[in-house]
Design a protein around this ligand. Structure first.
Ligand code: 6PG
Length: 243
């Protein structure tokens, strides 16, 4: 199977720098090639340092569409909202931030967001999934990414966005893009740091399995960017060719 591109930086700050630079280059190339850029961004705490670095790296955000790889079903101004996280921490004046309909039932939020995504983007041949330019992905200690949790039925969903009502990571009610959308993207970037993620990073690089959703994602055009603390369990074989 084609390997993911594994990049290891000494510190979390250097990983954030590298992630911001990679995303800024994706934005530049997409705007040059297609006049627009569609990014799906991650929630949680890890990407905050990346978002703070990314804002100033893009001269003109006006052609950039920011989507949420997953979102908690909470009010827009709730401290647990990923949309609020992106709005507060990524300075992207003129960008279009797409958020699911506030206050709707999770199933309706998923349906509406999936329809908006599908309407805004070209469809991949074959699966028909909307094609994003890049999906930025976090990684949970259990190998989850977006709100795709181990063994969850969402792992086999074909709809572009589904509701998750029983997330093991609070809050329980979320919506998430699904594997067809993640895999259809032109590029994927998994950004994770810290010793707590070392087992999940090593598992990600192993055989694909529903016990570790991130291991199921398309490895081609996928960059895994970690700090040394999160790389302590990466085998010597997986370190070959590492930048
Ligand atoms: C979410 C995130 C989730 C996150 C991981 C890692 O909405 O919770 O999308 O998938 O990326 O749980 O979270 P941390 O970066 O906070 O460790």
């Amino acid at each position: 199977m084609a390997a993911r591109r594994l990049e290891i930086r000494t510190t979390a700050e250097e990983a954030a720098d590298a992630a911001a630079a990679l995303i800024a280059e994706v934005v530049r190339a997409a705007l040059e090639d297609r006049g627009a850029c569609h990014l799906a961004l991650a929630g949680g705490s890890t990407p905050v340092a990346c978002y703070e670095r990314l804002g100033p790296l893009v001269d003109d955000w006006s052609g950039v569409h920011l989507w949420l790889g997953d979102e908690r079903c909470v009010p827009f101004d709730h401290p647990e909202s990923n949309g609020r996280l992106v709005s507060d921490r990524l300075a992207a004046p003129g960008a279009t931030l797409h958020r699911p309909p506030e206050g709707a039932e999770p199933g309706e939020q998923a349906r509406a967001y999936g329809a908006e995504l599908t309407e805004a983007l070209p469809a991949e041949d074959g699966t028909g999934a909307p094609v994003l330019d890049l999906v930025l992905l976090g990684l949970g200690p259990d190998g989850h990414t977006c709100s795709l949790f181990p063994g969850h039925p969402a792992l086999t969903a074909r709809a572009p966005v589904v509701a998750v009502l029983d997330a093991p990571k609070p809050p329980p009610e979320r919506i998430t893009i699904t594997r067809p959308v993640v895999d259809a993207a032109r590029a994927r970037l998994v950004l994770t740091t810290g010793a707590g993620k070392a087992p999940a990073v090593a598992r990600m690089l192993g055989a694909p399995g529903r016990d570790a959703p991130v291991s199921l994602l398309r490895p081609v055009d996928t960059t895994v960017l970690v700090d040394e603390a999160a790389a302590t369990e990466v085998s010597e074989a997986d370190r070959i060719g590492v930048r």
